[in-house]
Design a protein around this ligand. Structure first.
Ligand code: SF4
Ligand code: SF4
Length: 83
C-alpha cells in the first residue's frame, strides 16, 4: 500500500498572495476603511475591491510604482515594497 502525494499538496499556492511572485505593495487592512480612493485613482487597475470595498492586489504586474495610491490613502494604509 503506497500513499501518493499530488504536486498541489507538495507545493500549495502561497497563502495571502495573488500568486506568481512578490507583491509590489503592502496594504495594512486593519487601517484601511474601504473608501475606495486607491482603487479609483490607480491608473493601471492594479486593485479589485473586495466585499468591504477594500483593495485586493489582483494585477500586481501592472503596478508602475507611480505612488498615487499610497500618497492619497487617507489612512496611510499602503506602502511600497520597492521604494
Ligand atoms: S503605485 Fe500607482 S500603479 Fe501601483 S497600485 Fe498604486 S496607483 Fe496603481
Ligand atoms: S485609499 Fe486607503 S483607506 Fe481607502 S480603500 Fe485604499 S487602502 Fe483603504
Amino acid at each position: 500500500m503506497t500513499e501518493q502525494t499530488s504536486e498541489s499538496e507538495k507545493h500549495p499556492p502561497e497563502a495571502g498572495t495573488t500568486g506568481g511572485g512578490r507583491e509590489p505593495l503592502t496594504i495594512f487592512m486593519h487601517w484601511c476603511k474601504g473608501c475606495g480612493i486607491c482603487i479609483d485613482l490607480c491608473p493601471h487597475q492594479v486593485f479589485t475591491a473586495d466585499r468591504d470595498g477594500k483593495p485586493l492586489i489582483t494585477s500586481p504586474e501592472k503596478c508602475t510604482q507611480c505612488a498615487i495610491c499610497w500618497l492619497h490613502c487617507p489612512d496611510l494604509a499602503i506602502i511600497s515594497n520597492e521604494k
